[in-house]
Ligand binder design. Structure first.
Ligand code: SF4
Length: 439
């Protein structure tokens, strides 16, 4: 096993047999598919998570392909010291000639010796580590003991066999939940905002909660591994990202209660997200109105310039980031677009209920993927813009379709009032470009 620090190709996961789509008559139209997928694997989450938890390090136990995926997705390293690397499983490991556990221990010891700034180490599983059945949870327990008091070692899977794109973050945060300290007895109600947000967005929400008189407020993941929030029956948690079902389940097992609402995308989503929280914390309606009204006014104004470009246009979502439903809600309700098909890798009906309730009842959803069939539907519909992974974007552009890379929706701060226009611009820009090219 050798250590590969960030230095390039990406790998997309393909799997599964073909099955025929089905629809239910007593619910919104839903196509369920299981076939070939075109989505990044869960390792991709490291790209934004390593920026968030600033004293953590992500060690992927994988192949050169995994290292290339991370390097190309992360782009230029902006830190003096990288916060992720790949322990490359080589032929000797695969052939069983080397003791992979001993190799891993040796690499981790070396890494932690020359990087004393690392306080939390995530061992991240991949397709190759799964194939050789390397038990990273046991390795994490063993290494945690060895480095007790200095470094906490955790593990989760980012493998393309098990996870899609944003599920890596879910797996990472779920692995953190057992480490969260219990609440003190008789604790007052506290708010836990769950899901990685850009620091600038987190700061804006923190100020808003302060103005509303909601607190104490904590964020998961925290910026430092030493600031893990406590959790228990007095914790009300608010999902900031729609792809965190395992984390939500783990928090509920610790006694926390979810505050239901749409996701904070667009003016309407942000207001409803905050309102659900304000109601849960007993904020008076007048106070809520006076805090949010100026922000709503400014944010709506900022959207006006994009409405002319987007209104009346059609959008087609391939399943990728699990952000598709709340973004479709924003584009349809606030920008006047028409959703042809809203695909999502997994449909969590409880977490999505508020957003789905705001979309027209006849919205066509699809869950899972059979990429060839979905491509056929997309080509037949000829939408004005198609939201899809990188692997599909170029071929569709060649066919004359305008695309938006779904990965940008994760790499760009889009939540909250001040980012609503940035979210609209992400969709307006490719259309303007297409119009100019056609002129
Ligand atoms: S984990 Fe699997 S799908 Fe992801 S980069 Fe590695 S080999 Fe490819």
């Amino acid at each position: 096993m050798t250590l590969r620090e960030p230095a390039t190709s990406r790998c997309e996961a393909h799997s599964g047999p073909l099955t025929v789509p089905v629809a239910k008559s007593d619910a919104p139209p839903l196509i369920r598919e299981s076939g070939q997928r075109e989505v990044f694997c869960g390792l991709t989450g490291i790209v934004w998570l390593h920026r968030k938890i600033q004293d953590a390090f992500f060690l992927v136990v994988g192949s050169r392909t995994c290292a290339h995926l991370l390097q190309s997705a992360a782009g230029v390293m902006i830190f003096a010291e990288p916060r992720f690397a790949t322990a490359i499983i080589d032929e000797r490991d695969l052939a069983g000639l080397a003791d992979a556990n001993a190799e891993l221990d040796r690499l981790v010891t070396r890494l932690l010796r020359y990087r004393p700034d690392i306080k939390m180490l995530f061992l991240v599983g991949s397709c190759p580590s799964e194939v050789i059945k390397l038990d990273l949870s046991r390795a994490a327990a063993r290494l945690s003991q060895e480095f007790a008091g200095k470094v906490r070692v955790l593990s989760y899977s980012g493998s393309g066999i098990e996870t899609t794109f944003t599920q890596g973050e879910d797996a990472c945060l779920a692995s953190l939940v057992p480490l969260l300290p219990p609440e003190a007895p008789d604790s007052d109600c506290s708010l836990l905002v769950v899901g990685a947000l850009a620091d600038v967005v987190e700061d804006q929400f923190r100020r808003l909660f302060e103005e509303l008189g909601i607190g104490p407020v904590h964020f998961l993941p925290p910026r430092s591994s030493t600031e893990l929030p406590s959790v228990g029956p007095s914790t009300r948690y608010l999902l900031a990202q729609p792809f965190l079902s395992d984390t939500a389940r783990a928090l509920e097992e610790r006694g926390a209660t979810r505050i239901e609402g749409p996701f904070p995308l667009g003016v309407e989503g942000t207001t409803a997200w905050l309102k659900a929280c304000a109601d849960a914390f007993g904020v008076a309606p007048d106070r809520f109105r006076s805090v949010v009204a100026p922000k709503i006014a400014r944010s709506r104004e900022s959207l006006d310039r994009y409405r002319a470009e987007l209104s009346g246009r059609s959008v087609f979502f391939f399943p990728d980031s699990q952000l598709e439903i709340p973004i479709a809600r924003f584009l349809v309700r606030e920008m006047g677009m028409k959703a042809v098909e809203v695909g999502t890798p997994y449909l969590h009906r409880f977490h999505m209920a508020s957003d789905m309730a705001l979309l027209p009842a006849n919205t066509q959803y699809s869950e899972g993927q059979d990429v060839e069939r979905q491509l056929d539907r997309c080509r037949a519909a000829r939408p004005d813009i198609t939201v899809c992974g990188l692997g599909l974007a170029n071929p569709l552009e060649v066919e004359g379709l305008t695309t938006k890379w779904s990965i940008e929706l994760l790499f760009t701060p889009i939540q909250g009032y001040e980012q609503a226009s940035d979210l609209a611009e992400l969709f307006a820009r490719p259309m303007v470009r297409r119009t100019r090219l056609a002129a």
